[in-house]
Design a protein around this ligand. Structure first.
Ligand code: ZN
Length: 200
């Protein structure tokens, strides 16, 4: 069991607090979803070093041995989703898209299409669109990118810690299993990122 303090930090013997205000960018509107990532770094230390100077980051980091770190307040926004959202209606059920809008967007070149789809998606409310930085928490799993299709396999201990963390966050923010995404599902990322993560 865990609780959340007034600073937005998860209080539990399972979580080590290692907050980096360098990766916090204003307040979250609320927590509607969780996004699972992999760091493309060999250890947690590499990511911490990056967080000292870099603006991008996520709220939690799970080391290969299962150690859970909270790296940003759950009340603050982190840049973990990326610039352009994918279209949820196109990915799940094209019939639920506004067909006129989508037809005109799909007539564009690929680069323009990505931007136009992102703008179209941001006119919707969650859960009609994928989560964005303003309404989601990011969870990073330590793991290197291997080749065009794969990341390192998520370890058994990481899976166990992720399951615990996701279930605690479900309780605190009234989320359901449908509100958990991997990064490549929602934006244009390396397809292997977090593909071996399990949280149920
Ligand atoms: Zn990611």
């Amino acid at each position: 069991m865990s609780s959340i303090d007034s600073e937005g930090m998860l209080i539990s013997y399972r979580v080590e607090l290692r907050r980096f205000q360098t990766i916090e960018h204003g307040d979250l509107l609320g927590v509607r979803a969780l996004v699972i990532h992999q760091t493309d770094a060999p250890t947690a230390r590499h990511t911490f070093n990056g967080y000292l100077s870099k603006g991008n980051g996520a709220h939690f980091l799970i080391e290969k041995d299962g150690a859970i770190y909270q790296t940003a307040s759950v009340k603050k926004r982190c840049y973990h989703v990326g610039r352009y959202l994918r279209s949820k209606c196109l990915a799940l059920d094209k019939a639920t898209c506004d067909s006129r809008q989508v037809q005109s967007i799909q007539a564009l070149t690929w680069t323009l299409q990505i931007r136009a789809l992102d703008r179209y998606e941001r006119t919707k409310d969650y859960p009609e669109r994928y989560p964005m930085n303003a309404d989601s928490l990011g969870i990073e799993l330590v793991g290197k990118h291997l080749d065009a299709a794969r990341y390192e396999e998520v370890t058994a201990m990481q899976k166990q810690s992720l399951r615990w963390l996701v279930s605690e966050l479900h309780g605190h923010f009234r989320l359901t299993p449908k509100d958990v995404y991997t990064h490549p599902q929602i934006s244009y990322k390396h397809p292997g990122e977090a593909s071996t993560a399990e949280w149920q």
